[in-house]
Write a protein that binds this ligand. Structure first.
Ligand code: KG4
Ligand code: ZN
Length: 339
């Protein structure tokens, strides 16, 4: 470590992962500790906000200590503390925000508030620090489906967003209907590998004109109707075919609209962010179709697609360079927008 190195301690507690990370100069991940609460919430079929908050309180100090130990650094060496302050579950966010404020105050270092979605986008800068702007980002998480034009670090224009369910939410709801469990996305992804994506005709919502908005609720209803009808007729459902057909219907629309947006904006590089960026079909289909149009696509490695604090530390680094600091009045904002 040299004196000029910028060491950001990142904290992430917006949903069901308690995570702390040390990232040096916005690109070198020294540690990225992720304590997942999945097993705790699994029996409820989804995240229980009150339990998530309590678990974050129990876990946060140990996770921070582990992040420091693994990185081989002490509190005294930290340049700034970056924390997710929204969007997310308010009680969960508050745990990270309170810990970050206490640390920034005690260590007398800057505090940086990070938008969770900017964190997801920044996972791409960690994986590929030399990406050239402008970029087009498809943000696909449990709560968001956005097409974002990025002119430079921190400068965003939302070109399209979901009007109802987010892509990850649709995966989770369909997984539940198929009896696969929680979180549903990875389980649908796995099951779909054994199915035929052309087996069952399902709708794709393109919406009016050249809209870059999304809607997945009709597709979700179509899957539920298909299951109900089969049950009423006493017919066996081929779950792998249904998973593959559903996944293909989601991915077709995501890929078409993202490529239309890139062409419209004349952008040559697409990045993908959020948990659904881990989806196998999305990764292969977007790569393939973009290559045909001379557009390159970058995905973060799988561990950086879902919630983690390294992406928050990286986003914090670029805010640090702009002296964009928060004060100790920083609060959790559950519906924080990307602006
Ligand atoms: O970004 P993320 O970890 O948390 C939020 O900020 O929401 O995304 C979680 C979402 C969940 O809906 C999960 O089912 C979905 O990402 N997901 C996937 C895959 N892995 C995670 N969806 C489809 N395929 C996957 N492989
Ligand atoms: Zn997330």
């Amino acid at each position: 470590m040299v004196k000029e190195d910028i060491l950001i301690l990142g904290l992430e507690t917006s949903c069901d992962e308690t995570s702390a990370s040390i990232v040096v100069n916005g690109r070198d991940i020294r540690s990225n500790i992720i304590s997942s609460q999945i097993c705790v919430h699994q029996k409820f079929g989804g995240v229980v906000p009150e339990i998530a908050s309590r678990k974050h309180v129990e876990l946060i100090n140990g996770v921070i200590e582990e992040a420091l130990t693994e990185a081989g650094v002490t509190f005294r060496e930290i340049t700034a503390v970056a924390v997710t302050y929204g969007p997310g579950l308010v009680g969960a966010l508050l745990v990270g925000v309170s810990a970050a404020k206490a640390l920034a105050y005690a260590l007398n270092v800057p505090l940086i508030g990070v938008n969770h979605l900017e964190g997801h986008i920044s996972a791409n800068y960690l994986a590929n620090p030399d990406l050239q702007f402008p970029l087009l980002c498809l943000v696909v998480s449990g709560g968001h489906t956005d097409i974002v034009y990025i002119e430079e670090h921190g400068k965003y224009q939302i070109l399209g967003r979901t009007r109802d369910d987010a892509a990850g939410e649709a995966f989770d709801k369909v997984a539940r209907a198929l009896g696969l469990g929680y979180p549903g996305g990875p389980l649908v992804d796995k099951l779909a590998k054994a199915g035929n994506p052309e087996a069952i005709a399902l709708p794709r919502a393109y919406l009016e004109g050249n809209s870059l908005d999304f809607s997945f609720s009709g597709l979700k209803s179509a899957v539920l109707n298909y299951l109900n009808k089969a049950q009423m007729k006493g017919e066996e459902v081929n779950k792998a075919d249904l998973a593959a057909s559903f996944q293909k219907a989601v991915v077709d629309v995501l890929v078409d609209k993202t490529l239309s947006a890139a062409t419209e904006k004349g952008v040559k590089t697409i990045i993908v962010a959020g948990g659904v960026a881990a989806n196998g079909q999305l990764r292969s289909q977007l790569h393939e179709e973009a290559a045909g149009r001379g557009i390159s696509v970058q995905f973060p490695p799988l561990v950086l697609c879902t919630d983690n604090a390294a992406m928050i530390a990286c986003a914090g680094y670029y805010r640090y360079l702009k002296n964009d600091f928060a004060d100790l009045t920083l609060n959790a904002i559950p519906n924080l927008k990307l602006s």
